[in-house]
Design a protein around this ligand. Structure first.
Ligand code: NAD
Length: 436
């Protein structure tokens, strides 16, 4: 059992804290957002993530997980302190590291015995050196410490499952001293533990996220060629994916990636590479293709509807991906904003993200289910591939729409089936059936 503090109780900090507690560690989650801490202390859960609520409640009840807004309390009660605060993008694409720096200072000024300080936030290579320098500088009590890097690879929407069953755990260190303790934290998870230097560990995270973004942009570029040539992107992705050197994952054509990680991590990687003297033009193109994907989809909507003004458009799915309520940089935002600007009326439905969406997009009609959203619509646009949308009663859906036009930004419906049921159906990179 290791005594652990996690500073930053968001998607990463809360799920990590709950999973560490689940395997027997004693965890205190710290956050400077008092309302969030109060909510958690009162048994509430601030985010939607499958399985998280049960996990948190059980571990709180069994005394292994607690919440505080006091960093002093967190540091006093722990031997290892994880930093899991935001690392948002700045206007030039570089990473705002002020949250990480502030937490490093705060930890340093209150620690009174040896601590291992682990960066779990996604940071540019060489941030660990800066964190170590900062802790040394503000170390009021002159205590001994180690800094480590331990990037997080969880996916929102299946974060608990990812954390409980990681493909691998990456630990970056500058001396062997913290390795035994860090391995003890992760031993119960039964995954390969890779120990590297801090810079390599930081780089692994950026390299992974950028590679996954690259795969998405690659298949979206193929989708554009499919549309122009009459080929079908599903068949191409299937044929590519069976090649074991490539794999099928992340080859789903659509309106591109969003969320709080891929867009910022790709631009941060481009930026740090630039600072280190390497022009990462490959990744610049990945980001450009991703932006272009939304524009191409909007063009498809306009080409299909001709005039958008005063038309009612149903939008299914608002979150940036299924099984989350996270709206950060969701592609739906740009699509809806553009349609609203052009005078469309939007009726939207999302299983979990509507409360968060309301705060950002107040001018929509939020509906109680997909059929209510589709009622009276002249087109239906799919922005998020929620599993429940795949099993909609399509005849019922068609019967409530004024015009049976479906623009499927996530390729969730079967084109032949849609056409057979009387829809005018467009996917991404798929040949429209009614034009065959
Ligand atoms: P988040 O915004 O959900 O949570 C961050 C939390 O940190 C918030 O609750 C905030 O109140 C708190 N915080 C900010 N400053 C603080 C301070 N000084 N003291 C205490 N608490 C403070 O962010 P997140 O999505 O959990 O991401 C955190 C980091 O993990 C980022 O670097 C991100 O890139 C990385 N990451 C995120 C994911 C993901 O899917 N969300 C996956 C892997 C890695």
């Amino acid at each position: 059992m290791v005594n652990i503090a996690i500073v930053g109780t968001g998607y990463v900090g809360l799920v990590t804290g709950a999973c560490f507690a689940e395997v027997g560690h004693r965890v205190v989650c710290v956050d400077n957002n008092r309302d969030k801490v109060k909510l958690l202390q009162g048994g509430g859960i601030p985010i939607y993530e499958p399985g998280l609520e049960d996990l948190v409640k059980r571990n709180v009840a069994e005394g292994r997980l607690q919440f505080t807004d006091s960093i002093q309390e967190g540091v006093d009660q722990s031997d290892v302190i994880f930093i899991a605060v935001p690392t948002p993008p700045q206007a030039d694409g570089s990473t705002d590291l002020s949250f990480v720096e502030k937490v490093a200072r705060e930890i340093s000024s209150v620690m009174t015995s040896y601590k291992i300080i682990v960066d779990k936030s996604t940071v540019p290579v060489r941030t660990g050196e800066k964190v170590a320098e900062t802790i040394k500088r503000y170390n009021e009590h002159g205590v001994d410490f180690d800094v480590a890097s331990n990037p997080e690879f969880l996916r929102e929407g299946c974060a608990v499952a990812d954390l409980m069953n990681p493909d691998r755990v990456v630990v970056g260190v500058s001396s062997p001293r913290p390795v035994t303790t860090l391995k003890a934290i992760y031993e119960p998870f039964d995954a390969p533990i890779i120990v590297t230097d801090i810079s390599s560990s930081e780089l692994i995270k950026h390299a992974c996220n950028s590679f996954l973004a690259l795969k998405i942009s690659y298949i979206n570029a193929i989708a554009a060629i499919c549309e122009a040539s009459g080929a079908d992107v599903d068949d191409v992705a299937h044929g590519m994916g069976l090649d074991q050197r490539i794999g099928r994952a992340f080859l789903d054509a659509g309106i591109g990636y969003g969320g709080s990680c891929f867009p910022k991590d790709v631009s941060a990687f481009i930026h740090i590479a630039d600072q280190l003297g390497y022009d990462f033009s490959l990744l610049k193109e990945v980001a450009r293709i991703n932006r272009h994907q939304v524009e191409r989809f909007l063009k498809r909507i306009h080409d299909t509807l001709w005039i958008v003004k005063d038309k009612t458009i149903a939008v299914l799915g608002l979150a940036f991906k299924p099984n989350t309520d996270d709206m950060r940089l969701a592609p739906s935002l740009e699509i809806i904003r553009s349609l609203l600007e052009d005078g469309a009326k939007i009726r939207a439905y999302d299983p979990k993200a509507m409360d968060n969406a309301r705060a950002i997009l107040p001018d929509l009609e939020y509906c109680s289910d997909p059929y209510a959203a589709a009622t009276g619509a002249e087109a239906l646009v799919v922005c998020t591939e929620w599993p429940e949308f795949r099993s909609l009663d399509l005849d019922r859906l068609r019967s409530v729409m004024t015009q049976p036009v479906v623009l499927d930004g996530r390729n969730i419906f079967n084109p032949q089936d849609m056409t057979a049921r009387g829809f005018i159906y467009y996917g991404v990179g798929r040949k429209p059936q009614h034009e065959r």
